[in-house]
Structures are given as C-alpha cells and as structure tokens.
Design a protein around this ligand. Structure first.
Ligand code: LCS
Length: 388
C-alpha cells in the first residue's frame, strides 16, 4: 500500500467486540488476572497479555505498531515524550564508559540531555559536524556505540546525507539513529536509507494539533524488545488518551504535510526576496546548501523555516513582538503557525559560542508553518518586518 493509505488504515481494524471504527481508548492503569496462576504466567512472560499500563496497553501498542509500519521498521515503542524516547534508546545501546557521536545541531533539549545528563552516567557524547564524513571518521572510536543525527535539524534545517552516514555507522558496526521529527515518514524514511533506529517527538507533526506530548522509537524487533525491558522500569509511559489523540492526529498526516510543505515553500521564497531578511534556511530553496541531498532523500521539504533578520537579535525581537497571526511560542508541527527565537528559547542550553558553531546567529528566528492561508501568513510577516 502507499503510505497515504497506511496512514489512514495501517494496523487498524474495527473493534472486535463492538465494531467501533475508531479504536477504543483503554484508559486503565491495570488489567485483571483470571486467577493467580494467570497473573504469574503473564509476569514470567509465559503467556501474552496486559498487566499494567506502564508495562503495556492496547491503545499504546496500536500506536507503536502503526508508527513502525509508517517508518518501515519492524517494531516501535511509545513514550511520554520525544526526550523520553531518545533517553531510552541511549540507555538501551550505550553503557557507562562508552560514547555517542552526535551531530552538533540538534534540538536544544536533546543537546542538554547529551551534554549535561549523560556524562553523569559515564556516557560521553562527542559532538561533530556529521555532514562532514572526515570529521565523523575521526570522532568514531572503539567505544562508540551510536551515531545520532537529526535531518532536517532543529533549528537550522541543516541536511545530512542519511545513506552516507548509515554506511559509516555500518562499517563501524554501530547503529545510526535518526530523529525524524521534522520530516516524518511521509517525507523521509531513514530505515530505507540504512538507518537502524528512528526517534520522534510525536508532540509535533504526528499529533499535529498542539495538544499532547509524546515520543516514539522504531527499530528491529529484537532491539525494541530489549529497550522495552528497560523502559518499563524507567517508567516514561504515555497515557492511553494521549496515545489515542496521536492516532487520531496521524490520520491526516499526509494532507497536513502536503499543505505545510506548499505553504512553507512560498513563505521561504517571500522571505528570501525581502530586504529586511539576510538569510533564509529552507531545504526547498536552491540557495540551501543541503538542497540537492534533501531532493534525493525527501519527497518534500517540510514546514520548518529559519531566517536571519538584518540587525540581529534586537530586530529579531521586534519582529516576534510584532506578528499578529503567527503565534510566539515554542513547539512545532501544529496547525497554528508558531514563531520563536532558538538562541534564547529552544536552544538556550547552547552557549553563545556553541550557537555560533552550529550556525545559529543571534538574530536567527524559527518559523513552524501551520495550516492557515499562505497569503494571510505572508501579510502578517510583511507587516511585522515593516516594523523593523
Ligand atoms: N526531537 C526534536 C527534533 C524536537 O524538536 C524535540 C522537541 C524533541 C526531540 C523532544 O521532544 P518532546 O520531548 O518535546 O516531545 N522540540 C521542541 C521545539 O523545538 N520546541 O519545543 C519543543
């Protein structure tokens, strides 16, 4: 089936008890055992069944298998947030005394997890520009257990060649983990290009409506099972209701992504021509250094745009304080267009030098293009840029 069809039907079937088309929400913490031996067998893994929602839940499992299908992976595991998914992947793969090689441009929360929390567990993270194969080669060593990237990356929309990266990881015998939040499997399927593990903030395009927090990891069956064994004791489980809201949001992923891409392309072209704008970062623009790679590995360029306004941070602030229709807030992938300043908001865990090294200039503004009419969005940005 085409991915558009899998997005609607994949993994789902009418409820076997009632025929309900929409899946039931198993909003329960616990599941009743038939007798004491049944409970003991479930705990020993001798019989399949649900015990307790931190361990497993049918609504959450439905979401996990649906996302695994969309990502062309064997299995998936859903978490309370994207960061919980990333943390659980790391602790499933990396032990104290070992390390991760990560691209230097990633979501600020992932960056502070890697920079501040993992070293406390004895896990070192080596940050390099992963788009440069030579730098990756010299960073990988005998204690490296994971190569981690985001593409397109938050917030600069940096593009990394997934296939080339996967090859380097395979040579080293380690998995490549791709955070596919910005693209979604509708636009890009890293597993088809050689990646082994996919993570997502489901909070974003999967949910799509700005009303939940969730995360997911996808990979080989054996890996997901091993990760689940640890994750059930870490306890970062999503609520069944939130899992259901993501299932509902997912149904419109294809049409939403088409519109996000079309509107973002027009806005990026508008911004590129504007005399108050210095640089526009959008992979759909020919001027973007990752444009050719993005064309090869993505079927569309996504709904995220970055841009530098002339005059730096202060003019950036004037712009953000002057928008009317665009909303000044973090998060992304919502139906509402959101605008924010990564340097002082989502990426405030980077030092000023680290921001510059990752190409995030002081006046860099990030736009998550929503589903409003493109002309209304352009009018709003035009009037706000006019205030500079
Ligand atoms: N990965 C990416 C690429 C993200 O953008 C985020 C959150 C996460 C992982 C973490 O997911 P969460 O735990 O929030 O579900 N990005 C955010 C952002 O850019 N603004 O607010 C959150």
């Amino acid at each position: 089936m085409h991915i558009e069809t899998d997005i609607v039907h994949g993994g789902q079937h009418p409820d076997k008890w009632t025929g309900a088309l929409s899946p039931p929400i198993y909003q329960t913490s616990t599941f009743v055992f038939r007798d004491a031996d049944h409970g003991a067998r479930l705990f020993k893994g001798e019989e399949k069944g649900h015990i307790y929602t931190r361990i497993s839940n049918p609504t959450i499992e439905l979401l996990a298998s649906k996302i695994a299908l969309l990502e062309a992976g064997e299995a998936g595991l859903v978490f309370a947030s994207g960061l919980a998914a990333i943390f659980n992947v790391v602790i499933a793969v990396v032990r104290s005394g070992e390390n991760i090689v990560s691209d230097d441009t990633i979501y600020g929360g992932t960056y502070t997890l890697f920079k501040n929390i993992l070293p406390r567990l004895g896990i070192e993270v080596i940050f390099v520009d992963v788009s440069n194969p030579g730098k990756v080669q010299s960073a990988l060593n005998d204690r490296t257990r994971l190569l981690f990237i985001e593409t397109p990356a938050n917030p600069t929309l940096k593009i990394i060649d997934i296939g080339a990266c996967a090859e380097q990881a395979q040579k080293k015998g380690i998995p490549l983990c791709v955070d596919n939040t910005f693209a979604t499997p509708y636009l890009q399927r890293p597993i088809d290009l050689g990646a082994e593990i996919i993570v997502h903030s489901a909070t974003k395009y999967f949910g799509g409506h700005g009303d939940i927090i969730g995360g997911v990891a996808v990979g080989r069956e054996e890996f997901i099972h091993a990760m689940w064994k640890g994750a059930k004791d870490v306890g970062a489980s999503i609520s069944p209701f939130n899992a259901w809201l993501i299932l509902r949001g997912l149904k419109t992923l294809a049409v939403r992504m088409e519109r996000h891409c079309a509107t973002a392309q027009k806005i990026a072209e508008f911004l590129e021509k504007h005399d108050k704008v210095e640089t526009v970062y959008y992979p759909g623009l020919k001027s973007h250094p990752g444009h050719e790679i993005a064309r090869r590995q993505m079927r569309g360029f996504g709904g995220m745009i970055g841009f530098d306004v002339k005059g730096g941070k202060e003019t950036g602030k004037t712009l953000m304080n002057s928008v009317g229709l665009c909303t000044l807030a973090v998060s992304l992938g919502d139906v509402d267009t959101l605008i924010e300043h990564p340097g002082s908001m989502t990426h405030s865990g980077y030092t000023d030098q680290e921001l510059l090294d990752s190409g995030i200039k002081p006046g860099f503004v990030r736009l998550s293009v929503g589903l409003e009419h493109v002309d209304d969005l352009i009018d709003d940005l035009k009037q706000a840029l006019g205030k500079i």
